[in-house]
Design a protein around this ligand. Sequence first.
Ligand code: SF4
Length: 363
Amino acid sequence: MNQIIASETSTALSADSALVREYLDRVVRPAALDEAAQKTYKTNIKQLMQQKNARLVAHYYTDSVLQDLAEESGGFVGDSLEMARFGRDCDAETLIVAGVKFMGESAKILSPEKTVLMPTLEATCSLDIACPVDKFSAFCDQHPDRTVVVYANTSAAVKARADWVVTSSIALDVVEYLMEQGKKVLWAPDKHLGSYIQQATGADMLLWDAACIVHEEFKARGLADMRRLYPNAAILAHPESPSAVREIADVVGSTTQIINAAKQSTKLEIIVATDRGIFHKLQQVAPEKTFIIAPTAGVDATCRSCAQCPWMGMNSLESLYSSLQETTNEIHVEPALAAQAMIPLQRMLDFAANNQLKVRGKA
Ligand code: SF4
């Protein structure tokens, strides 16, 4: 068993933290629309989608109005693995992906014949930013004895350098499988998810040092206080959360696994440590339950997300409409790169198709 945080990259990573901050400074939150304007946009978007044979694929962390629109119009709401599968399997000519850029890239890699649009190309992810391909590739070259496993929250170029791509819903099972094959793993980019997998499996893993700015804000001390306040509540946490938070949780799982756990839980109060966008789906699947956001660093000035991904929040009805109407914000992935990235992505999809995925937790 061997868990190492990649110290080789520490200088680069402090520069990358500054880069993440730079991207955050550029985030522009869309203005709120009144109900009448929302209705008009939704009607117009639905018409355009019919004309263009387009389908909307939205992530659980996007605004509830986009999630509803996706479902009402024959599109899809899900985690990144499910989004990729839906995009590949549906018969639309155009996919409009409401999420962050790596999700649009994954859709394009899996469906090269489709036009893939996004409401904004500015929506990125701190994990993607903090794992630039040149530094990552050099790091892989230093460790040729390790199987390279990267999280889906990476650029197409980083995926192309990997042996496996995984999402949080499948990461544990893939690493367990690799461990059974006697493989040592080089993991990137999320150090918290990496340490969670390492602890759960005992695999020999070398970890890249990056984090999700949303999940990193969840605080264990505040969560323990909240548990005292709600002694009968279940606590569900995403594995991108820090280990001290995960240790308090009753269930640790991906967004889909959190939704399933909330549905199945016998508890009526549920504390959730992941992006608050998921509350829309949680309330739909378990309307009789009360969902409470886990505490973040938001009580002081250090909170960069307050349980809400700033980049997911950049997707709006207005930007979706103009992207669809003008066919702008199209995702292009260079074909040779896409073909290379497709190999580890396809490996994941084949693995998922052949395996019963599990939810890990104490309850
Ligand atoms: S919630 Fe975190 S992991 Fe997801 S897109 Fe935002 S920054 Fe990236």
